[in-house]
Write a protein that binds this ligand. Structure first.
Ligand SMILES: O=C(O)CCC(=O)C(=O)O
Length: 276
């Protein structure tokens, strides 16, 4: 990557809080990753660990798969692929560590995530977290594409509003701030969206009849991060060594209710899959 390109990315990232890089990963790299997760899913199914929800008989068969990178070389190769990491590190001028991975099948019928800020639950401090989201299927408004609010990364971490479940199945959301606009992002296979942990973002419902919307998102922090709220057991450095940071017991926003984006609580994406 040239210095000029790094500067372009950095300027845009600082202005908007995210950048969209088209076709950074090849179809072959994406296929290898999808095959790896397909094997993980088949094994979970074979062991009876994926539970069908009676009110969501189809999409509940495809829960978000969390933190399978630890056990899988193909996933590790993908999340530490220098093509994407170089861009992130160039923009923040520091090496990163990985906090967590989430693989979404987002089957037809799956609900989107309401606007949220990742560092609300991750609590990476000082500074914030960073996400590298990779499109593993074409995605857009109709099948659960990503939504961002450009410029909202400059806001502090906010407490989401509690809303009736008729408004939003999660019962919580952060409204689009006045003067800002939510923007739907259309992606192709291999596209990458890198975003700041304070930016308001989410995704649309998958209203298509047949289209899955697979994506992998890895959350990272600066190597110099001191504390993290969640999943500190799974932190990993670029040498693929487990690493530790102090537990952030006092994130900026102190939760009074269940945290909707926390692993065991997120009703619509996650199931509690007991690991062997
Ligand atoms: O891919 C999605 O549907 C949303 C991902 C997201 O917002 C997240 O993992 O923080």
């Amino acid at each position: 990557m040239t210095q000029q390109q790094t500067k372009q990315y950095k300027d845009q990232f600082e202005k908007d809080g995210y950048i969209h890089i088209k076709k950074l990963f090849t179809e072959e790299e994406v296929n290898i990753l999808n095959d790896a997760y397909w094997e993980v899913w088949k094994e979970l199914m074979a062991k009876g660990k994926v539970i069908q929800a009676p009110n969501r008989p189809f999409d509940s068969l495809f829960p978000r798969l969390r933190d399978y990178h630890f056990e899988n070389e193909a996933i590790l190769d993908f999340i530490f692929n220098q093509k994407a990491i170089d861009i992130l590190e160039g923009m923040i001028q520091e090496e990163i560590i990985a906090i967590q991975t989430s693989y979404y099948f987002k089957a037809p019928g799956a609900k989107g995530l309401p606007l949220h800020q990742d560092n609300y639950s991750l609590g990476a401090t000082p500074d914030t977290s960073y996400a590298i989201w990779v499109s593993l299927d074409p995605s857009g408004k109709d099948n659960g594409g990503l939504v961002v609010v450009p410029g909202s990364h400059t806001f502090a971490i906010q407490q989401p509003d509690v809303v009736p479940e008729s408004v939003n199945v999660y019962g919580k959301q952060i409204p689009v701030p006045s003067g800002y606009e939510a923007q739907e992002i259309e992606t192709e296979v291999g596209d990458v969206v890198i975003f700041n942990g304070n930016i308001l973002h989410g995704s649309t419902d998958n209203d298509s009849k047949t289209k899955f919307r697979r994506a992998i998102v890895t959350h990272y922090a600066r190597e110099s991060v001191e504390k993290i709220t969640l999943n500190y057991n799974y932190l990993m450095d670029k040498n693929r060594q487990k690493t530790r940071r102090r537990l952030n017991a006092n994130p900026r926003v102190v939760e009074t209710k269940e945290n909707l984006f926390e692993f065991h609580e997120a009703k619509y994406y996650d199931q509690i899959i007991n690991r062997d």
